[in-house]
Design a protein around this ligand. Structure first.
Ligand SMILES: C[S@@+](CC[C@H](N)C(=O)[O-])C[C@H]1O[C@@H](n2cnc3c(N)ncnc32)[C@H](O)[C@@H]1O
Length: 429
């Protein structure tokens, strides 16, 4: 394909620069708004094409040197070439554009910045490649590239990645035939290591290695097939058996694969803002509640909280959390929101519903039950602006809510991902 000179006219949702050329729209990874670049078409679709950046002819003042040596190859980050302040502006503009297109007509607040723009993550998921080296998936591919350092976690975490990588590379029993991926989390200075295996293996040597390297660990495994989806709940192997966090005055157990937000600082800011909006004596439904930390924080203030979560181990964690903290006004319910939320809203008076779904957004039946039952307030936390705006549009148009605020939070610096908190209130209030 021929090279072409493109002027980047806007930002794409996935961190690309977007240009028009000869009647076509081109998405160019690594190009920045305002730049002139030379690129080559690599993929052509009906409505748009993808082009590969060859060189920058006119450079943006917002361009910076990526910190990571794997940047551009690894599928993890896509904004490291852009200065942090500009990353925040891009995220805000992208959400604002979606809101504008939807006709919702609300203003998006400035993105709340992360305390750290590198070294902020508390979790990584590494895959075992064909050469038995740990790594991440290559950009736009399932191929594993060897990586022994990630700039999104801190130095201590990187040392752990390197040590575990070394062990796996040098122990045939831990080869890619058996170990599919390794999930590592740091929780209050304990490294929880969960191996996703297609067959139970012996961990004695691995545990001896972790001890010899003075790693404060909690080791578990989970059986899986070819992919990284667990077939059964995780089994504890050794190390610290009771990994606990103590936050917001609540002690809670962290189970190996239960959902936890990845950026502690931003998580706390988001939770504080949600709890601030809840009044005393409210009845609250926390839909898609994960391990229930947020539900428990709200229970300290509200009259009653119903937490609904599909993953059994997360619900178990929530029940345990309630026991340990003597919380008696929280009901943790295991099941699908699509079935349970219509029931809960239909049978109980509810002041506020909190929605924090996965990327695909809220299911249709939950949306319909909100429109029908009209809880006073809807608080929606989303990691996907596209499904967020789709769902907001349905609820606002269907039930007459007004948008009180749209507050993005930079949960994931150096990537185009963004967390957004929206509060809706019934217009009659
Ligand atoms: C983004 S997490 C939110 C977790 C929690 N609010 C927190 O802050 O830790 C989304 C959660 O929704 C759960 N989930 C996904 N689909 C669901 C469904 N159909 N019904 C109930 N829970 C679901 C997932 O297991 C996950 O724990």
């Amino acid at each position: 394909m021929d090279e072409m000179e493109l002027t980047i006219q806007s930002n794409g949702m996935d961190g690309e620069g977007v240009a028009r050329y000869n009647g076509k729209v081109y998405f160019v990874d690594g190009a920045i708004l305002g730049e002139v670049v030379v690129a080559r078409e690599v993929k052509s679709n009906k409505n748009f094409s993808r082009a590969e950046l060859i060189r920058v002819v006119k450079k943006s003042n917002d361009r910076c040197e990526p910190k990571c040596k794997y940047y551009g190859v690894c599928g993890g980050c896509n904004l490291q070439h852009i200065k942090y302040e500009e990353q925040l502006k891009i995220k805000k503009d992208n959400i604002q554009n979606l809101i504008k297109k939807s006709g919702l007509g609300a203003n998006v607040n400035d993105v709340f910045a992360s305390e750290k723009c590198f070294g902020y993550r508390n979790k990584v998921k590494l895959f075992v490649g064909n050469s038995n080296e740990l790594g991440f998936n290559k950009r736009n591919s399932n191929e594993v590239i060897t990586i022994n350092r990630c700039e999104l976690v801190d130095e201590n975490f990187n040392k752990i990645i390197e040590k575990i990588g070394f062990f796996i590379k040098n122990n045939a029993k831990f080869s890619h035939f058996y170990v599919k991926c390794v999930v590592i989390r740091v929780i209050d200075n304990v490294y929880t290591i969960t191996l996703m295996l297609n067959k139970r293996i012996n961990f004695d040597e691995f545990e001896a290695y972790l001890k010899m390297n003075k790693i404060n660990y909690s080791l578990s495994y989970c059986l899986t097939k070819e992919n990284d989806i667990p077939l059964y709940p995780a089994c504890f192997v050794g190390g610290i058996s009771d990994v606990m966090l103590n936050e917001f005055g609540i002690k809670y157990p962290v189970f190996p694969l239960a959902f936890l937000q990845v950026n502690n600082y931003i998580k706390n800011k988001v939770y504080e803002m949600i709890v601030d909006g809840i009044e005393k004596d409210e009845i609250v439904v926390d839909a898609y509640s994960g391990s229930g930390l947020l539900s428990a924080i709200i229970a300290q203030k509200a009259k009653w909280v119903y937490a609904v979560e599909i993953e059994k181990s997360s619900v178990d964690a929530c029940v345990e959390l309630c026991k340990r903290n003597n919380i008696s006004n929280l009901t943790a319910i295991n099941g699908d929101c699509a079935e349970l939320i219509p029931k809960l809203l239909g049978e109980n008076y509810v002041d506020t519903i909190i929605l924090d779904p996965a990327r695909r957004g809220v299911d249709q039946r939950t949306i319909e039950s909100i429109i029908k039952n009209k809880p006073r307030r809807v608080i929606y936390l989303s990691c996907n602006p596209a499904t967020l705006v789709r769902d907001l549009k349905m609820v606002v148009d269907g039930a007459g809510y007004s948008i009180r605020y749209i507050q993005p939070f930079d949960m994931f610096p150096q990537t185009s991902e963004v967390e957004t908190l929206v509060e809706l209130e019934l217009e009659s209030l």
